[in-house]
Write a protein that binds this ligand. Sequence first.
Ligand code: NAD
Ligand code: MG
Length: 385
Amino acid sequence: MRGITVLGSTGSVGQSTLDLISRSPSEWRVEALTANRDALGLAAQAKAVGARRAVVADESAYAALRDALAGTGIEAAAGTAALCEAARADVDVVMAAIVGYAGLAPTLAAVEQGRTVAIANKETLVCAGDLVTATAARTGATLLPVDSEHNAIWQCFDFARPERVSRVILTASGGPFRTASDAEMRVATVAQACKHPVWSMGAKISVDSATLMNKGLELIEAHHLFPVRADQLEVLVHPQSVVHSLVEYIDGSVLAQLGTPDMRTPIAYTLAWPERMATPCARLDLASIGSLTFEAPDFARFPALGLAWDALRAGGSSPCILNAANEVAVAAFIAGQLSFLDIAAIVGETLDRVTAQACRSLDEVVAVDEAARAAAREAMGSRLH
Ligand code: NAD
Ligand code: MG
């Protein structure tokens, strides 16, 4: 039996993870499941998979969780400290699937413990990639990329001879506004932005996919996960999302990983690694798809992508500032207070306002994140409606 903890089990990636392990219950021991505040949803999951404990981040949801789990023997807990304690527990794999900066502390707690961490929570690597990878190197923790592009690159990358890799090409679906005009994007609604043409995901990453900030965050993520320089990374728009990313070698060979767009495939690769496991995912039928298309990204219509490139090249705390401003702006957009095109504008202004510095300790990351959030809120001021 293999032990697993799923951080963010009630989300899109979390549910897909539980779907996979529920198919072979005799092989898995579920140590902990966590959620933000959906106590009932979390309790139902914990009962279904026989988890040892369930943790809500929001303490106001504790009573509901405790009551829902009464008599089951499943431990209930709440708060950030309990979340980090759950992340530290002895398991074979920790699935880090909390969305956003909130995932940093618990993910880092698992890495500090030297765990094998399947990392979906890309914002953790964007805000604190140097800290997380240095900590992993010190503790012996292993980071397994869940994000479909990074999972594809991982499957194609020759880690023994990285100098033979010349380029790493991340594919992007282009999101719901791939062919939209500026005028259409100016009045884009939350529902339109979240209606991804290919993938079904949480709200925040769906909006990031619509601005292409998601691909920008993924460039930064790739830089931390693979031994490649920023100038070896490229983005290629591929609307069908069948080719999940590509690795080019110095002899001109290009290796790619393909599959139907179902997160359970990359999740399964991390859960079974170094083995493989069967999944119920639809099989790729290229004859019926007929053609795969590719195009260059449009940096003019999607300025978030350029901002992320600049932050990656600038290094230091720039990616953390970028991420914090984006989280604040996306939350305001989802709340109906900010227009779609203002998301990238706020991120750009925040990067101009906050001075970049080093980001080597958690304290430094927290300070930069707080300063960037404050600056982003100030920048939003008059634009809020
Ligand atoms: P989601 O919104 O569906 O779920 C997020 C999970 O995090 C939920 O369990 C929620 O309860 C929990 N959570 C939210 N705020 C929290 C907080 N403040 N404290 C503690 N827990 C909190 O998100 P998702 O789409 O599953 O994405 C999760 C992560 O995986 C993101 O970083 C995303 O970028 C990444 N990712 C997702 C997909 C996908 O297909 N959904 C693909 C690639 C990468
Ligand atoms: Mg992705």
